[in-house]
Write a protein that binds this ligand. Sequence first.
Ligand SMILES: Cc1ncc(COP(=O)(O)O)c(C=O)c1O
Length: 391
Amino acid sequence: MGNYNFDEIINREDTDSLKYNWRERIFGKDDVLPLWVADMDFKTPDFCLEAIKKRLSHPILGYYDYPDSFYNSIKWWMSKRHNWEIETDWISFSPGIVPALSMCVMAFTNEGDKVLVQSPVYHPFYYAIENQKREIVKNPLKIVGDRYEMDFEDLEHKLKQNVKLMFLCNPHNPVGRAWEKDILQRVGDLCIKYNCILVSDEIHSDLIMQGYKHTPMASISKEISMNTITLMAPSKTFNLAGLATAEVIIENKELREGFRYVISDILHMFTGNIFGVVALEAAYSEKGVIWLEELLDYLSANVEFMKDFLKTHHSKIRVFEHQATYLAWLDFSQYKLSHKQLSDKLIFEAGVGLNDGAIFGKEGMNMMRINLALPKSQLKAALERLTILDN
Ligand SMILES: Cc1ncc(COP(=O)(O)O)c(C=O)c1O
């Protein structure tokens, strides 16, 4: 028995939670069991909540300056968890990872330029590119056995076509891959060879299942680090998404200045969020390490539970090797339903709200993404509802 109780069911109705409030908008049904958007139905750790309460004991919440402790906690966490030594100067604040992706597009590309993604992928990657009138270039991932792999021949072919920026998802959402170091090295080296700046979204880097490892792209070599912009945050790991606080890590001075010009001089978004900063400091700590280990044990148990449950009761649903994130990628194609039929059955007959695989790209047809960061009893209830597919 650990220190934290992840089995506790916490009522989030009427708390202005997006996961709950947007059910009608996303699914057309306001009472589906919500296993979609990536936040957790577990309590934000008590030490983060305490840090926020402590800050509230001072009655002025005016503009503030990032304290040394903000930078030091990020540096400590990167060293402790990821064996990556970084310097204070390399760190910039961002109100989120998606805003940072969009700011990279603003800073380093012009209208009409090409930006590469590896589909299926977290859908806001597409919006950050196409809504700024840049061209999306896809390097689709390939299914090999029960996991996804990169297609390097296609990647090199695409990079030759004057791609300015690559968005890497490391670990990958939605396919749950924690990319191995040798794979990352090949990607990093190819980007250098073809003069393509690499933006590595590592928001899920702390959510790695047992037996796998996260390698920060920029930790691989000095050359790769000089061509990489790393996006990280405590928001997924510690359930702090509502505080809009992330860190952007860039060793290369020129790239750093390019990014800071956009966030500071154009958008004036550098001022941040007092509560986000104190919560980040509380999270990236020894206490955070203990909490995270317990969370990962719980999430791994949920993954195993889901796999066993599906194997026993819904063996037509294919589960991919799950290496990272609390989002699992499920393939329903053996049911031989159209994507619309599948989606309607899940929403209106089973009453479960999963992320529709097609939002991640056309490679996601007949697939769904399920959020496993919830008490096991609720996960079981959701999986039981899938019986409808087998009737
Ligand atoms: C890969 C990835 N990047 C970014 C985000 C969102 O980041 P933010 O809320 O900081 O914009 C998510 C959330 O699910 C994600 O999965």
